[in-house]
Structures are given as C-alpha cells and as structure tokens.
Design a protein around this ligand. Structure first.
Ligand SMILES: O=C(O)CCC(=O)C(=O)O
Length: 281
C-alpha cells in the first residue's frame, strides 16, 4: 500500500504530484511564456520572472482549477489554504543550494519554528528533470534540521568583506584568473542531495525550510536537451498565524512594494478560488 501523502511529505519535506499539467498543454504553455518573456523589449531583463501570475495569468490560474491538484495540496496544507505571493514564471533560473526561509530567519523572524507552520513552494516544471537539469535537487529531511545557510551566508559575507578590503588578495586573484576565491563553492553541492525525477507537468511541492537547489545542466559547454528551462512557482501556506507573519515580513521588503500598491484581486477569481478550496492573497 502506498504511504499517505502527508506522512511522506512530513518525513521527506517534499512530494512530487504527477501530471498536474496535461502533456498536450505543455508545449502551448512553453510557447506562450517564451514569447512573453523573450519579447519584452528589454534585453537585459529578458530572463527575469513574470510576477504575480496566480492572479494575473489566466493560463496559470487554469492550473489551479485541477481538482486533484487542489485536493493534494489541501492534504498537505489543510483545507482552505492560502496561495500567497510570490507566484511567478521563471525562465532559465538556476539558483544554488538554499532554503526559502533563510532570508526571514536572517532578518530575525521565528515563524518557521512556530507551532502549525506549513509554508510550501510549489514548482511546476515544463520540462523533464534529468541529469542535465530542468527541475529540482533536494536534501530529503533537511527541513527538520537547523538551517545551515544562516551560518554559511554570514561566513560568505565575512569572507567577501575581507576580500574587498584586501588589495593583495584581489591582486592574487587576478593573477590566478579569478579562480582563487569562489565564495559560492559551498552552495553548489550539498551532502545528501537528490535529483528529483520529475516529468514535465508534474508539481514538485516542498517545505520552504528544505535545503534545495535548481538542478543545473551539469554538462560543461553542452546545451541542455530541453532548450530553455521554464517553471511556474507558487507559494502556499496553511491559513494560520505563521503564514500571516511570513506575509507581513514579505510585504515590508522594499523590493515587494508592488504587493502594497493598487494590487486588486478580481472578485470573480476570488469567488472561484473559494469554491475550488483555497484563497488568493
Ligand atoms: O529554479 C528552480 O528550479 C529552483 C527554485 C527555487 O530554488 C525556489 O523557488 O526557491
């Protein structure tokens, strides 16, 4: 008998929900997002994400009409869960190992350790994840452990500051063609990492405290077989106090001013969401 989804999620900190976007819809979504994101007329910004897609993009909201998807998310998050910012479509984003709670914890927030906490990132990848990347790497169970990045980020900042204040270190680095100091090396691999075998259209749901990284194309020089990497991301949370604290923290960040200025969620969309079993925030 298959283990219940909630037990698996609580133990591992992630779950793959298969076939949330049907195979025949993948290429239409890829074409749509690629034309939207590559044709924005701002070459230097062409790789930046589309933001707030849960409320702005009908094609993205359509995915939330999948009742099996909402049912499985409700198992993980509880009924009437919240779809909170950020939601985005990301093109060719290949971040390194981190947790999604590292930034608020570094700001002094404690909600990831509070009773009832359950905030997840949901990634719907529009290509298979294979050895050359396309999806997510995770460290199973790491959401139960203290966040290693708090110390690692402080160390990185300390080393960077020392380097920037030290002309001789900068000179040495130039001599060695900038290969001597690589402050991101500790973030490239992580002990216990697992490349999740997701297929295009699967949803990968993970606790925001889980150690994870984009799965990188690991063939130096070789183009990944899927071409451009595309993924849709949502953040979802249990309807409770830790989620509200997360929202308060998020809204107060200067780069998120767009969340506080004339941001209106269409009433019909909000009604439909309630009927489907979640609330848009
Ligand atoms: O880009 C990816 O595939 C990883 C996403 C990620 O790290 C995140 O959403 O926090």
């Amino acid at each position: 008998m298959e283990e219940p989804l909630t037990l698996r999620f609580e133990r591992d900190g992630y779950a793959i929900l298969p076939r949330i976007v049907a195979e025949d819809e993948i290429s239409a979504l890829r074409t749509l997002f690629l034309s939207e994101m590559k044709g924005r007329g701002e070459p230097e910004k062409s790789e930046g994400p589309l933001l707030d897609v849960a409320i702005k993009s009908p094609e993205v909201f359509r995915i939330l009409r999948n009742r099996r998807f909402i049912g499985e998310l409700s198992e993980i998050l509880g009924p009437g869960f919240l779809v909170v910012p950020h939601s985005s479509v990301a093109l060719n984003s290949f971040g390194q190992f981190h947790t999604d709670t590292m930034a608020p914890v570094m700001d002094g927030e404690t909600f990831p350790h509070e009773e009832g906490y359950r905030l997840v990132t949901v990634g719907i990848y529009l290509q298979d994840n294979t050895e050359p990347g396309g999806g997510l790497r995770v460290v199973p169970g790491s959401h139960h452990l203290p966040d290693p990045f708090i110390h690692m980020m402080r160390e990185k900042e300390r080393k960077r500051d020392r380097y920037h204040n030290h002309k001789f270190l900068q000179f040495l680095n130039r001599v060695f063609r900038y290969k001597l100091f690589d402050f991101n090396r500790p973030f490239r691999n992580f002990e216990g990492e697992l490349n999740l075998p997701s297929k295009a259209g699967d949803a990968v749901v993970f606790d925001m405290r889980l150690v994870h990284s984009a799965s990188h194309p690991r063939r130096p020089g070789g183009a990944p077989p899927y071409g451009d990497k595309l993924a849709i991301f949502f953040t979802c949370g249990r309807d409770n106090a830790p989620t509200q604290t997360y929202l308060k923290w998020l809204r107060a960040l200067p780069q998120n001013a767009y969340l506080n200025e004339n941001r209106v969620i269409d009433e019909a969309l909000q009604d439909e969401s309630r009927h489907l079993g979640f609330k848009l925030i």
